[in-house]
Design a protein around this ligand. Structure first.
Ligand SMILES: C[S@@+](CC[C@H](N)C(=O)[O-])C[C@H]1O[C@@H](n2cnc3c(N)ncnc32)[C@H](O)[C@@H]1O
Length: 258
């Protein structure tokens, strides 16, 4: 499945009321949104037809989130769904996640693009290939290590995979508090040491199986009844794993080749 088809499916299952996209380029992914949307990109050039309720910001994400009221274009409602696809350098993707989580709604979901480079060249920090993932793949390692409370799923979309993170917690300061230590540890000079598990797409779930999970309906229902994160989050990661046929310990009982 192509990543845009997965995104379309997730919009349909989650039915977010607010959608934020970092890195919009031609609007291909932004065009899939059917709700109030915010797009952030210093150099967008829309060619896709977009007829939604939209606010565009020609700026970088660091500047956007340094504004006093980043949720103002949503009428101060928090973010239900975010797509992180801006600058493909690890520290930018990590900061983008920290920003999104800070302003996330109950049951908020973030999706990273380009987490499975196909070659070491494609994963270089200093871009020298046409198709470029950079070292965004490191966010998988960091979130899985520092934030076991999140419901994280590796999704085997084409061309370079997605990483879906559900159950965002706006009260968490773990990544912010450990930011310097993480950066020092994970930013390395090219060529990148891309682990075999990343190049081999270890543990990826078939996209359709992820879309078919009942968890999206649970999140949607929680949002509709105004549930709190305290009510929703504790069981979310486990429900997602169980619905995908994964063992509680993380072994991929039903992982497929996607
Ligand atoms: C891969 S493209 C986005 C593609 C789009 N999401 C899609 O799937 O159709 C990445 C975009 O990120 C933008 N970008 C680069 N640095 C950024 C930053 N710091 N903040 C936000 N966007 C950035 C680039 O201008 C580029 O248009």
């Amino acid at each position: 499945m192509r990543y845009l088809d997965f995104l379309r499916g997730l919009h349909s299952h989650l039915q977010p009321s607010t959608y934020l996209e970092i890195g919009i380029r031609n609007g291909g992914s932004l065009a899939l949104s059917r709700c109030r949307s915010v797009g952030i990109d210093p150099a967008y050039n829309l060619t896709a037809e977009i007829d939604g309720d939209l606010a565009l910001f020609r700026t970088i994400s660091d500047e956007y989130f340094s504004r006093p009221e980043p949720l103002a274009p949503f009428g101060n409602r928090p973010i239900d769904l975010a797509f992180i696809d801006g600058l493909h350098l690890f520290e930018f993707a990590l900061r983008d996640f920290i920003y999104v989580e800070r302003y996330a709604a109950t049951g908020g979901v973030a999706i990273f693009d380009d987490v499975f480079p196909r070659t070491v060249d494609e994963a270089a920090r200093d871009r020298h290939t046409v198709s470029w993932t950079g070292d965004v793949f490191k966010v998988l390692q960091v979130l899985e290590r520092y934030r076991p409370d999140l419901a994280c799923i590796r999704v085997g979309t084409q061309p370079t995979g997605l990483f879906v993170v559900a159950g965002l917690d706006p009260t968490s300061t773990v990544l912010h508090d450990h930011y310097d230590e993480i950066i020092e540890q994970y930013i390395t000079a090219d060529p990148q040491d891309v682990p075999a598990e990343i190049l081999d797409r270890a543990g990826v779930q078939p996209p359709q199986r992820v879309l078919d999970s009942p968890v999206w309906e649970v999140i949607r229902a929680a949002r509709e009844i105004g549930a709190s994160n305290e009510q929703l989050r504790p069981d979310l990661a486990e429900s997602l794993r169980t619905s995908l046929g994964l063992s509680p310990t993380g072994a991929a009982g039903a992982a497929g080749t996607a």
